[in-house]
Design a protein around this ligand. Structure first.
Ligand code: ZN
Ligand code: FE
Length: 263
């Protein structure tokens, strides 16, 4: 049964290509701000929609995800939920979270999934039921549309495991990622000559949206399961396209990620 109190998801563009997300609970008026890399666009959105934040949530310690924490925290006196392992790199965490923790975000049940790779302490938040008949996941810089985050701190095998954990979420999960990288990701995917019809269709959809300067996120996880090569490192057709039939999926992931880094 679906939650009778559907959440409202807000997407706030920040910097060149970041998205800051907000999750609003219309019943309780709780409002979570996820990965506020800068405060100004958040303050503008709050004013526009006449909302008041009640909590900050961070997926990882990078400045473009936490840079607005302090202004929002001081102005609204609100708690900060962030990975416990990042207490030395994220100031003033009030709600440290670990893998498997059950928490609430804007009053909705959420599960913490550790997703190391982009950074060692990176986590994602999965909200299985916050209305509209689907879940929502805030995935930071782990999963992007047609791509994934750069592996800065963890290992390639860790990042593959993190993406596999996100892939295991239900098809009907709305993926809220930290960056609008979809078009550049799609160009890289085109270069792979991966004969996957869903990938071709998704690339075309992304380019059509970007040609109109429209966002490609959030995106349903089902689309990414079918079209994102980084979620298909164990699929025969991708392995064949990469010349790596039968290889360890973590090695296929490493080749794919290194190819993107050099693209
Ligand atoms: Zn990052
Ligand atoms: Fe980022």
């Amino acid at each position: 049964m679906s939650n009778a109190n559907p959440a409202q998801v807000y997407r706030i563009p920040a910097f060149n290509d970041n998205y800051i997300w907000m999750l609003h609970n219309p019943l309780t008026k709780a409002l979570a701000v996820i990965d506020p890399g800068e405060a100004e666009p958040v303050l503008a959105a709050l004013k526009e929609h006449n909302l008041t934040p009640t909590e900050i949530v961070n997926t990882h310690h990078h400045g473009d995800h936490i840079g607005g924490n302090e202004v929002l925290r001081e102005r609204f006196d609100i708690p900060v939920m962030a990975p416990a392992s990042e207490e030395s790199r994220i100031a003033n965490i009030t709600t440290p979270v670990r893998h498997g923790d059950r928490v609430t975000i804007a009053g909705y049940d959420a599960e913490v999934i550790e997703t190391p790779g982009h950074t060692t302490g990176h986590v994602a938040f999965h909200l299985p039921d916050c209305g509209n008949g689907h879940g929502v996941a805030f995935v930071g810089d782990t999963l992007f549309s047609m791509g994934c985050g750069r592996v800065f701190e963890g290992t390639m095998a860790q990042m593959w495991a993190s993406l596999s954990a996100l892939r295991a979420l239900p098809d009907q999960t709305l993926i809220c990622a930290g960056h609008e990288y979809s078009a550049s990701n799609a160009k890289y995917v085109a270069s792979l000559n991966w004969p996957r019809a869903a990938a071709k269709a998704h690339m075309e959809a992304i380019h059509a949206l970007r040609a109109k300067d429209e966002p490609t996120l959030p995106v349903m996880l089902k689309v990414e399961k079918d079209a994102n090569p980084f979620l298909n490192c164990d699929a025969d057709d991708l392995q064949q396209a990469m010349g790596m039939a039968g290889a360890d999926p973590a090695d296929v992931f490493a080749a794919l990620r290194e190819g993107k880094d050099a693209f």
